[in-house]
Design a protein around this ligand. Structure first.
Ligand code: GAL
Length: 625
């Protein structure tokens, strides 16, 4: 199993390298990741490639039996490149170019950047064509992260217009889809279409959705360019991967498209970062890991696992002793099968002085060093467990078009897309029912329960697949606002087919902003964020609203659909109620629920059970599956 650290030998005096490598081996690592920010070291002057520093590093690593994951260095380009070609620098929404100095500030569509990328990646791959110590190539670093999914430069403007022309062929089709008749926005020509920079009130929602699709395509075609070069040169024992970042739902980037091209998906697991005062909840972290595993529907790697507090200018919560190890074990339990800690030693200079490493500036072995060593030891002792299959009978579905549709119009000040996913995920997590988090494009027919949180964009084909799924005995659970929109981000006209499928009509709705809660008639739990006012047709009401005027309306319903059932949850229900509903649907489907104490996660791998206790105290449990 690949176990290791992220190592940046170029950051330190050469004389430290031998000692570092010996200590990395002593830690129990067998792999290091190198190179992903070192373009300038490889091409100090244009076209003059020099890989001798890394040749030396690899020789030393090999002597000690260490394997290498090598990163292509395009996340940070050399200063000479942007001086010579300032138009490689992306522009912010005000039309101002990003300065050289940070990272990821290039434009994915800049022809010069694409060309220079081809050149450096080809030179690198050719140079190491026969290097057996390299076991994987990581392309770039966290594509689309840190706001780099957006660029508003003139190249992107014309590329966007070309993207739209390719999609709509003639301007009349675009006018029709966008409904530009509204506010007299009709275009005569594609060259008149703006990027969604600042305007008064807001942009057309279809334009915003197309913009997100265009941004996603810009990243994915740029990534594909690199993958293709790696594919051309890589040896049979090498994989091509890329490290995805957390918070993916907040970016204009559909990672499924890249994942298809990769041999293995990698993830950078930081349950706490920057000024966060508390880490993400165990369920939130777990949901993220299930999403990463769902991209290729197979196990994944973590090439950056946090070890210590992290942040550029501000830091927050300090992971408690052994909490980094706990998060790493949680990831292993949920499908990680190669793990590297970020990073060997915290850097004393540059932007990441406050991103701790395993070692800190004093360079002394510390508790984090011992924590990592014990993690490596325990994983090796139990290695076969982490190759046991993960079996999920529940799938939570997302669709990036739907996500971007919400980004264009959140509809409630209190709405947060990821939180709505966590809301419906949490019940299953609490009951230790394994879930896959999947793109709606994936085949969900083998599952027993399908959950669709806030799926306001529902295509006819999705509805047909859900119809067949429920007819075959499956349970479908829709969250609020489901099916109100089409693929153009426009409201459906006429009878709502999704509502019809759920056996309901929704005649009105209310956005519940920050702090607003409404009561339910039958149970003490409340509803926040949103409420659909539901009239059951051939469905049964589960709960009603309690307040004056609305007691006739259901807040949630269930309908028998041939052999299966279709639930509709019309609001943001409190967790206790979600837990009850989750128990109910699991029971109906005969799924085993394991009632562990709060904060305790139990995961079945083959005949083994991995129990992760996120609490600060010991618990006694005996999970029986
Ligand atoms: C990651 C990034 C690393 C480093 C790390 C600091 O997102 O990939 O290069 O910046 O954060 O915590």
């Amino acid at each position: 199993m690949i176990l290791g650290v992220d190592y940046y030998p170029e950051h330190w005096p050469m004389r430290m390298m031998d000692e570092d490598i010996k200590r990395i081996v002593g830690l129990g690592a067998n792999t290091v990741r190198i190179g992903e920010f070192a373009w300038h070291m490889m091409e100090k002057e244009e076209g003059k490639y020099d890989f001798s520093f890394f040749d030396g590093v690899i020789e030393k690593l090999k002597t000690h039996g260490l394997k290498v994951i090598f990163g292509t260095p395009t996340a940070t380009f050399p200063a000479w490149l942007s001086k010579k070609h300032p138009d490689i620098l992306a522009m912010d929404i005000t039309g101002k170019r990003h300065a050289f100095g940070g990272r990821r500030q290039y434009c994915y569509n800049a022809p010069v950047y694409r060309q220079k990328t081809r050149e450096i990646v080809t030179a690198l791959l050719k140079h190491y064509e026969n290097e057996p110590a390299i076991i994987a190539w990581q392309i770039d670093n966290e594509l689309g992260h840190e706001g780099s999914d957006q660029c508003f430069c003139p190249t992107c403007e014309s590329s966007f217009q070309a993207f739209l022309m390719h999609k709509y062929h003639v301007i009349e089709n675009l006018n029709e889809a966008y409904g530009t008749i509204f506010w007299g926005q009709t275009y005569n020509d594609f060259s008149e279409i703006p990027m969604p920079t600042a305007t008064i009130t807001c942009h057309n929602p279809t334009l915003l959705l197309d913009w997100a699709r265009f941004r996603s395509e810009s990243i994915n075609t740029y990534a594909a360019l690199q993958v293709e070069i790696v594919e051309q040169f890589k040896q049979a024992h090498q994989s091509v991967t890329h490290n995805l970042f957390g918070g993916f739902f907040d970016r204009a980037y559909d990672q499924n498209i890249l994942a298809e091209k990769l041999d293995v998906v990698s993830y950078d697991n930081y349950p706490v970062w920057g000024g966060l005062e508390a880490p993400l909840s165990p369920a939130h972290i777990a949901m993220t890991l299930d999403y990463i595993r769902g991209l290729k529907q197979k196990n994944f790697w973590i090439v950056e696992e946090l070890m210590g507090a992290q942040g550029h200018t501000v830091i927050g919560y300090l992971p408690r002793p052994n909490q980094g190890k706990l998060w790493a074990m949680q990831a292993m339990a949920r499908g990680c099968e190669a793990l590297l800690f970020f990073r060997w030693r915290g850097m004393t200079r540059g932007a990441e002085q406050f991103c701790q490493g395993i070692l800190d500036a004093d360079n002394q072995e510390n508790d984090k060093f011992r924590e990592v060593a014990s993690f490596f030891r325990e994983v090796k002792e139990n290695e076969s467990v982490f190759y046991e299959p993960i079996k999920a009978e529940v799938a939570i579905l997302y669709d990036y078009d739907n996500r971007w549709s919400w980004a264009a119009q959140p509809q409630s000040h209190a709405f947060n897309f990821t939180d709505e996913f966590v809301r419906l995920y949490e019940g299953f997590h609490r009951l230790n029912v394994m879930t896959d988090v999947l793109s709606v494009e994936k085949d969900f027919s083998p599952y027993k329960i399908i959950v669709l949180p806030v799926m306001q964009v529902v295509s006819e084909s999705l509805l047909e697949r859900l119809d067949a799924f429920a007819a075959n005995g499956g349970t479908v659970i829709f969250g609020f606002r489901s099916g109100i929109k089409d693929k153009d981000n426009n409201l459906n006209l006429g009878i709502n087919k999704t509502h019809d499928f759920c056996g309901i009509e929704i005649t009105n709705y209310e956005s519940l902003g920050h702090g607003i809660q409404v009561e339910l008639l039958e149970v003490p739990e409340k509803v926040s964020i949103w409420r659909d006012l539901i009239t059951p047709k051939n469905a049964k009401a589960l709960y009603h609203y309690k307040d004056t005027y609305y007691t006739a309306y259901a807040a949630a319903t269930v309908k028998h659909h041939h052999n299966g059932k279709v639930y509709y949850l019309g609001g943001g229900f409190e967790q206790a109620l979600i837990l009850e509903l989750t128990k109910r649907v699991c029971k109906e489907q005969g799924l085993i629920c394991i009632d562990t104490p709060e904060g305790v996660e139990s995961i079945k791998r083959g005949d083994h059970i991995i129990v992760v206790n996120h609490n600060t105290f010991e618990v006694q449990i005996n999970p029986i599956y």
